[in-house]
Design a protein around this ligand. Structure first.
Ligand code: G3P
Ligand code: MG
Length: 249
């Protein structure tokens, strides 16, 4: 993966404190706020389209109902994914396709952290489709594919050794760098409280980087930066960008 700044500022679901998560409004706002990377969540429709939405079901963030996997792209394309947020200020925002974000990433030189949401719905063929979409844009070296489904990450390693992979986990792992090496993954996407400084250092010595999530307080961001993480996943890309700038000056 190409590193564009010392520490990648991954906007979690876009600028998700300010805008409805996983919408183009949230992704564009993240760029304005200084994000150098975007984290997003991918699900797959019944007709095999890759859509950016966190939940397997539609109710929380759209005016639709039911499972994403049971509906076609045509059925999802007209849904409103913005009205639920901040009193309707973002009414009319749609569920994006992965290709919409790839286009933005290409134009804005963003690192993409594409989280495959295939831990509950397995979405056969999703890995191949994500890899093909990333390759079609030439963004392989700008992408890390992450997932809580580590079998899926192992498959991605086999299918696309040139694309980075990030192991998502929520609770402490024993010698996480060794686990990463066993999968051929270059990054550990750890819940930030498990990213202890000694683990970050030991992993770095073995060539494995940490991208902890979801870090929304300056003190926690600073502590992680001090310990040597390579990127931070945050709902507050503006806060992180200001903090990184202060450290440079
Ligand atoms: O990539 C980090 C984070 O997004 C994982 O959890 O539930 O926010 O997708 P979640
Ligand atoms: Mg996610």
């Amino acid at each position: 993966m190409i590193i564009t700044s010392p520490i990648i500022n991954f906007a979690h679901r876009g600028a998700s404190r300010e805008c409805p998560e996983n919408t183009m409004a949230a992704f564009r706002r993240a760029v304005e706020l200084g994000a150098t990377g975007i984290e997003t969540d991918v699900q797959m429709t019944r007709d095999g389209r890759l859509v950016l939405i966190h939940d397997e079901r539609l109710e929380r963030t759209t005016n639709g109902k039911g499972w994403v996997k049971d509906q076609t792209w045509e059925e999802l394309a007209g849904l409103d994914a913005g009205s639920w947020f901040k009193g309707g200020a973002y009414a009319g925002e749609r569920i994006p396709l992965l290709e919409d974000l790839l286009e933005l990433a290409l134009g804005s030189r963003l690192v993409l952290n594409i989280e495959l949401k295939n831990g509950r719905c397995f979405y056969p063929g999703m890995e191949q489709k994500v890899i093909a979409a990333v390759r079609a844009c030439g963004l392989g070296s700008w992408t890390v594919i992450s997932s809580f489904n580590h079998y899926s990450l192992a498959l991605c390693r086999t299918l696309a050794p040139e694309i980075g992979t990030g192991i998502l986990y929520s609770e402490g792992l024993y010698r996480p760098w060794a686990y990463a090496a066993s999968l051929g993954a270059g990054a550990l996407h750890a819940e930030y409280r498990t990213a202890l400084p000694e683990l970050v250092r030991e992993a770095a010595a073995c060539g494995v980087v940490f991208h902890p999530w979801t870090v929304n307080e300056p003190a926690e961001m600073s502590a992680l930066i001090e310990s040597g993480v390579a990127g931070i996943i945050t709902d507050e890309p503006g806060m992180l960008s200001a903090l990184l700038e202060r450290r440079l000056n």
